[in-house]
Design a protein around this ligand. Structure first.
Ligand code: URA
Length: 217
């Protein structure tokens, strides 16, 4: 994983297995079934990388052999996974396999056809206190949905420093918008792609992540 030189908060998870799987996801010949499985696998692997800094403490346990008084265990800090619907669900599945005790929040947004701005249709979040919130959405394209979702979390009392954004592919345009609006949220991506096209699709990208994930073409 490396910090991208163009954005102070952007971390690129460049593990070879993740890059290999992402290439299969980009390939238009990849089936819905495989696309879904790969997104789950990549999310689990990215989840492993982005939780490297979770604080550990120690506890006393009895192994079958001895008493061990410095057994490492995660400190009390709890995790919540927050998929931005609908494509974010494809990533939360992998994160929950890695962290089965995590709570799950949902933020459902759609784009108003007139104003082109995000409108919320579902917000359901777990208790805020002492939790790290991992928002996930495969595509950071214009950045408006992710920034709006972070606003929703802020309104619920969650501070930017307790939020992380996990995406699969980011566009520079979206990263700029997101970083301007939420300069204290760390963003993790498997790739920073070239640009957005005139329809706000990421190039080279992988097409519509929600449609490819759910088979709704
Ligand atoms: N959303 C997608 O699913 N794909 C893009 O390329 C951009 C936004």
């Amino acid at each position: 994983m490396f910090k991208h030189p163009d954005f102070k908060n952007l971390h690129v998870v460049d593990h070879p297995l993740i890059q290999h799987k992402l290439t299969h996801m980009r390939n238009k010949k990849t089936s819905t079934k495989t696309f879904r499985a790969l997104l789950k696998e990549i999310s689990l692997l990215m989840g492993y990388e982005i939780t490297q800094d979770l604080p550990l403490t120690t506890e006393v346990i009895d192994t079958p052999m001895v008493t061990m008084d410095d057994a490492p265990i995660l400190e009390g800090r709890k995790i919540a996974v927050v998929p931005i619907l609908r494509a974010g669900q494809g990533m939360s599945d992998g994160l929950l396999e890695l962290m089965p005790s995590a709570r799950v929040g949902h933020v459902g947004l759609y784009r108003d056809p007139e104003t082109k701005l995000p409108v919320e249709y579902l917000v359901k979040l777990p208790q805020v206190e002492g939790r790290t919130f991992i928002m996930c959405d495969p595509m950071l394209a214009t950045g408006h949905s992710a920034a709006y979702a972070a606003d929703v979390l802020n309104r619920a009392g969650i501070k930017d420093e307790d939020i992380r954004l996990l995406v699969l592919v980011a566009a520079p345009e979206g990263m700029k918008v997101f970083e301007e609006q939420h300069p204290d949220i760390k963003v993790y991506t498997a790739s920073l792609d070239s640009h957005l096209n005139e329809k706000a699709y990421i190039i080279p990208g992988l097409g519509d992540a929600g449609d490819r994930l759910f088979g709704t073409f």
